[in-house]
Design a protein around this ligand. Structure first.
Ligand SMILES: *[C@@H]1O[C@H](CO)[C@@H](O)[C@H](O)[C@H]1NC(C)=O
Ligand SMILES: *[C@@H]1O[C@H](CO)[C@@H](O)[C@H](O)[C@H]1NC(C)=O
Ligand SMILES: *[C@@H]1O[C@H](CO)[C@@H](O)[C@H](O)[C@H]1NC(C)=O
Length: 449
């Protein structure tokens, strides 16, 4: 508790102010804030508000005794207070203040003096969650799909998530769904059930009811997909489960946008892992490479295939929510390069996800080799013919532009692994090299442009 030195004028023995011998009532306003009402109490152009918005928050304790107020958090969180147009960090301390009944305004000891607040809105932010969430933060699994796809394919893809993996999803706590590429934009649905299993089933029932709406399809193949707008609305929903979530996005239509810096910034800030599955050829839109570039800049992944279900097979599995290695590699012609090594601090299994090209034309072949400090080595190769024949399910899955293998570093010993890449391309392109695991990472990987 901080020592409180309020103007004695306001307090009398019974806690009320006496003006002209008459007892006035203290009725200053307070409001407990948490994630559920933070957005509707926005403080415009306030950096402190923006900062608290991205934290894990809970409502504080507010004790009112006549005109006196005490507000505190406890439990490893710090107190922030806001008025309609300003705010202050109180931190670990208890906030003390009193209501001035003549104005019905708070006089609050904000640490460096007394300030007047019209409304005392108080919120607790969990320490260490400022400006970020953690790789292990409980988050949403967003299942988003274009209205251009066949519903039976989307249903099939969704049903694959239940086989076993749903029980390994500890990181994910809620399913959200979104149908995009519709003339009238549709709400993003968060299924707030008691368990992840119930949320999964509630989402399934909802999608089975709404299916696809052909009357809502865009009339022209020149109309671009509104997938970027959908992602922005997912983030702006401000749902607690957005930060550190995984967005699984099934597309058939390409966006028309090329300029993506704003959405890249948002996805990075909210640490959303993009898993993009694209059915090829597309049903419209001009720029398929936009999604690939978006995945590249956000440590995400992007896979093209003739069938959406096949595109899913080379995307990071739900059992592997943690990306331990993420590299975008610019390649052109034929060459060999040394890749940054990876050091495993403990035994773990890492699966390899490699998106070899932006479109579906340039890639010829690749070989990845690694050797660890104990001399253990292995290699993986793929050529163009193997990519064009997609759909194999033998632990070395390929698609038009991507490859994954569960056998990259299974039960790998703690060691440093030196890696190199041999490649052949007919044009300049970018490889997305990702290693994912169910072993958590301590902190997020840096992003690449
Ligand atoms: C999920 O919650 C909704 C809304 O409360 C409810 O109507 C639905 O029956 C629940 N579904 C499951 C599978 O529990
Ligand atoms: C979808 O709904 C139909 C009835 O409209 C039902 O027969 C079918 O079992 C449902 N499918 C799933 C996967 O829930
Ligand atoms: C990769 O492709 C290039 C060019 O077609 C060829 O010269 C090379 O032998 C191929 N490498 C492998 C390992 O297939």
């Amino acid at each position: 508790m901080k020592l409180l030195l309020l103007p004695a004028l306001f307090l009398t023995v019974n806690g009320c102010l006496r003006i002209f011998g008459k007892t006035a009532t203290c009725a200053c306003k307070t409001l407990k804030i948490d994630r559920s009402n933070m957005h509707e109490n926005e403080v415009k152009d306030n950096a402190l508000y923006d900062m608290v918005l991205a934290t894990t928050m809970k409502a504080p304790e507010i004790l009112i005794d006549d005109c006196a107020v005490h507000v505190y958090c406890g439990g490893g969180s710090e107190l922030y207070i806001f008025d309609t147009d300003k705010g202050a960090k109180i931190g670990d301390y208890t906030l003390d203040g009193s209501c001035d009944p003549s104005q019905q305004k708070w006089q609050l000891d904000v640490g460096n003096g007394i300030e007047q607040y019209t409304v005392l809105k108080a919120v607790c932010a969990l320490k260490g969650t400022e400006n970020k969430c953690y790789p292990e933060s409980p988050a949403a699994f967003l299942f988003a799909y274009s209205n251009d796809l066949d519903y039976s394919d989307v249903e099939e893809v969704y049903s694959r998530f239940i086989y076993g993996p749903v029980f390994y999803w500890e990181k994910y706590v809620i399913v959200a769904t979104s149908r995009f590429d519709t003339k009238t934009k549709e709400e993003i649905m968060f299924f707030e059930n008691n368990t992840l299993g119930d949320s999964y089933r509630a989402a399934s029932d909802y999608m089975n009811k709404t299916r696809m709406d052909p009357s809502q399809r865009f009339d022209s193949s020149e109309t671009g997909s509104d997938v970027l707008d959908m992602l922005e609305r997912f983030i702006d929903s401000d749902h607690y489960s957005v930060c550190a979530s995984r967005a699984f996005i099934m597309m058939k239509r390409s966006p028309n946008e090329v300029e993506i810096s704003k959405i890249v910034r948002k996805i990075r800030q909210w640490r959303i892992e993009l898993n993009i599955a694209i059915e090829h050829p597309s049903s419209g839109g001009l720029h398929p490479e936009t999604m690939y570039n978006l995945a590249a800049k956000t440590n995400g992944y992007c896979s093209f295939a003739p069938e959406i279900i096949e595109a899913m097979y080379t995307l990071p599995a739900m059992e592997n929510p943690f990306t331990h290695y993420s590299l975008n590699i610019k390649v052109s012609g034929t060459g060999t390069m040394v890749l940054p090594s990876i050091t495993l601090p403990q035994t773990m299994s890492l699966e390899l996800y490699l998106a070899v090209q932006t479109t579906t034309t340039s890639f010829q072949n690749f070989t990845i080799r690694y050797v660890n400090t104990n001399g253990f080595s292995n290699s993986f190769s793929r050529n163009r013919e193997q990519h064009l024949r997609s759909g194999a399910m033998d632990g070395y899955e390929s698609n038009l532009n991507s490859f994954r293998t569960v056998r990259f570093l299974p039960f790998a010993e703690a060691s440093t692994y030196a890696m190199n890449l041999e490649y052949s391309y007919s044009m300049e392109d970018t490889i997305l090299f990702r290693l994912s695991s169910n072993t958590p990472i301590d902190d997020w990987l840096p992003f690449q442009d």
